[in-house]
Design a protein around this ligand. Structure first.
Ligand code: C5P
Length: 224
C-alpha cells in the first residue's frame, strides 16, 4: 500500500520573528524543510512527499527537496488545516495513496522507528500519532492570575508526523469542522479511534528562536 507524506511548509512563521518562514531557517547549514523531508524518508517506508507551501515559495521548496521523491508543491491556505486539506485534495485528484502522513516542516527531527510504529498502529486504528505525557503541573489562567489547576492525568502533547488511512482523513477534513490545530482532532470529532505511540523530546517544533538553539546543541552532540 502506497504511503505519501504531506510536508507542511505554508506557514509564515510570525511567532518566530525571523525575516523568513522558519521552514527555511538552517540547522547545520541545511534548511529545516530538508531535514524534515530526509527524516520522513530515512526508514524507507514513505514512498513520496507532497510538499505544501505558499505559491511564491514553490520553486524554492522544489529546489530544497531536489533528489528526493517529491511531487511538485501544492499551494497552501490561510491556516494549517486549510493547507492540509489542499494537500489531501491534490492527492485525491491523482494517484491516491492508501496511507498518508502529515508532518510539520518545522519539525526537523523524526526519530528512527517513529514512522514504522505509526504505520503498524494503523492496523488497528484509522489514525495514529506520536504523543508525550505532560509532566509539568498545568494552570488555567486569566491574564496573570491562576484560575485553576488542571489535573494532568491522561494528558499528552501531540506531535507530528501523524498517520492516517487516507480515505478516513480526507472524509474528516471534508466534514468541515473548523479550528483544528492538528489532524487527529478531526478524526476525534468524527468519532474515529486515534492511537498514540511514544513521542520524543527531540522532535521539537521550531516556534521560537530558543527551539533552534536547542536543536543546534542536539546536532552538535549527536551530529544530527
Ligand atoms: O504555525 P504552526 O507552528 O502550528 O505550523 C506548523 C506547520 O504547519 C509548519 O510547518 C507550517 O509551515 C505549517 N503551516 C502551513 N500552512 C499554514 C500555517 C502553518 O502549512 N497556513
Amino acid at each position: 500500500m502506497r504511503v505519501t507524506a504531506l510536508l507542511l511548509a505554508a506557514g509564515s512563521g510570525q511567532r518566530f520573528g525571523a525575516a523568513e518562514p522558519k521552514q527555511f531557517l538552517t540547522l547545520g547549514g541545511r534548511p529545516l524543510l530538508r531535514h524534515a523531508a530526509e527524516a520522513l524518508l530515512q526508514e524507507g517506508l514513505v514512498d513520496e512527499l507532497q510538499p505544501v507551501c505558499a505559491p511564491e515559495h514553490a520553486a524554492r521548496v522544489a529546489a530544497i527537496l531536489s533528489g528526493l521523491p517529491a511531487r511538485p508543491p501544492v499551494a497552501g491556505g490561510d491556516t494549517r488545516q486549510d493547507s492540509v486539506r489542499r494537500g489531501l485534495e491534490a492527492l485525491a485528484r491523482s494517484d491516491t495513496p492508501g496511507l498518508v502522513l502529515v508532518h510539520d516542516a518545522a519539525r526537523p527531527v523524526v526519530p528512527r522507528g517513529t514512522v514504522a510504529a505509526l504505520i503498524a498502529a494503523l492496523d488497528s486504528a484509522p489514525g495514529a500519532i506520536p504523543a508525550l505525557a505532560v509532566t509539568d503541573t498545568l494552570k488555567r489562567c486569566a491574564g496573570d492570575a491562576i484560575e485553576a489547576t488542571v489535573p494532568r492525568d491522561g494528558l499528552y502533547r501531540a506531535q507530528t508526523p501523524q498517520a492516517f488511512r487516507f480515505p478516513v482523513l480526507l472524509a474528516a477534513h471534508r466534514a468541515g469542522h473548523l479550528g483544528a490545530t492538528d489532524d487527529a482532532s478531526l478524526l476525534e470529532a468524527a468519532g474515529e479511534r486515534v492511537a498514540i505511540i511514544p513521542g520524543a523530546e527531540e522532535n521539537v517544533k521550531v516556534t521560537i528562536p530558543q527551539d533552534l538553539a536547542r536543536l543546534e546543541q542536539l546536532r552538535r552532540a549527536t551530529l544530527l
